[in-house]
Design a protein around this ligand. Structure first.
Ligand SMILES: Nc1ncnc2c1ncn2[C@@H]1O[C@H](COP(=O)(O)OP(=O)(O)OP(=O)(O)O)[C@@H](O)[C@H]1O
Length: 274
């Protein structure tokens, strides 16, 4: 049985909105004093982050520092893991996501793309139409237009438009990952979480996905975990450096990579550890 326990901090929403007013741009996700435990083991320590709307935020840091764990808190994917306990608040569009019962609605709004393409063994069309069909959309014309729009949005329409009814598993790894992104887009999310989306791809496919991310930020708020420093520097507006479950530094990406404030950030980005 899953036993996610959530305790909310005393600061509550009032403080969050107060902080929002002080920041520039629109804050889409506000994280306050977030701790996460796997059983007795603490994996996140008092994380505080404001994630801006329609920007790309990169999460970097050495293996095991909590990046994926943090990413999963943003659409409550950790609820699927036994004995997870979370303290603190995550507010998305003024709603505390750990106080809602509608996790399905949350995961529609906050889509996810994983490290390895995880398409279903069915046609390209059916993969992209899967989510909308589950939401009850049956009209063929409507589905056709969602599939086309989503594949276009993921910059793969031209490559697959003549083979929509063939197996998605016949595509290259890079194409499959873009179909995964199309599948996420088909749910009309506002936020897309990406957990090392290019780590299994060759350099050319990686570049295509990076260009795609760059284009997508006009429509979506994107949070991406990456081990690739150049990638973080290329695609993101803000970068958070995690170490041992804590956020050591969070700033404009250009600042993090040119003039980090913390010695540990500098050591990491210059390859001195990790
Ligand atoms: N399901 C789990 N149960 C128990 N501990 C876990 C679980 N998932 C992750 N952890 C632990 O939590 C810590 C953070 O892991 P996490 O996967 O979030 O790190 P990461 O920074 O994403 O690492 P990587 O870059 O290697 O993917 C690690 O010590 C890890 O062993």
């Amino acid at each position: 049985m899953n036993t996610t326990v959530v305790e909310h901090n005393k600061a509550g929403k009032g403080n969050v909105s107060q902080m929002n007013q002080q920041s520039e741009g629109t804050i889409k996700i506000s994280v306050r004093d977030l701790d996460l435990f796997y059983g007795e083991k603490q994996a996140l320590y008092s994380v505080n982050l404001d994630i801006q709307e329609k920007e790309v935020t990169a999460l970097i840091g050495p293996s095991g520092c909590g990046k994926s764990t943090f990413l999963r808190t943003l659409n409550r994917m950790n609820d699927l893991i036994d004995n997870v306990k979370i303290n603190g608040d995550i507010v998305i569009d003024n709603e505390n996501i750990y106080q809602t019962n509608d996790v399905i609605k949350l995961r529609t709004k906050v889509g996810m793309v994983f490290q390895k393409a995880n398409l279903f063994p069915m046609s390209i069309y059916d993969n992209v139409a899967y989510g909308p069909r589950m939401q009850g959309i049956k009209n063929k014309k409507e589905l056709n237009s969602i599939v086309e729009e989503s594949l276009r949005g993921a910059a793969i329409w031209d490559e697959v438009k003549d083979r929509l009814k063939t197996s998605a598993l016949g595509l290259s790894g890079g194409q499959q990952q873009r179909v995964c992104i199309a599948r996420a887009i088909a749910m009309k999310p506002e936020i897309i979480l990406m957990d090392e989306p290019t780590s299994a791809l060759d350099p050319i496919s990686t570049l295509k996905v990076e260009e795609l991310i760059e284009n997508m930020k006009k429509d979506y708020t994107i949070v991406i975990v990456t081990h690739n420093m150049q990638q973080a520097a290329r695609v993101s507006d803000k970068t958070a450096f995690f170490l041992n479950g804590e956020v050591v530094e969070y700033d404009e990406t250009s600042k993090i990579f040119s003039l980090p404030s913390d010695q540990r950030t500098e050591d990491y980005i210059t390859g001195r550890f990790g």
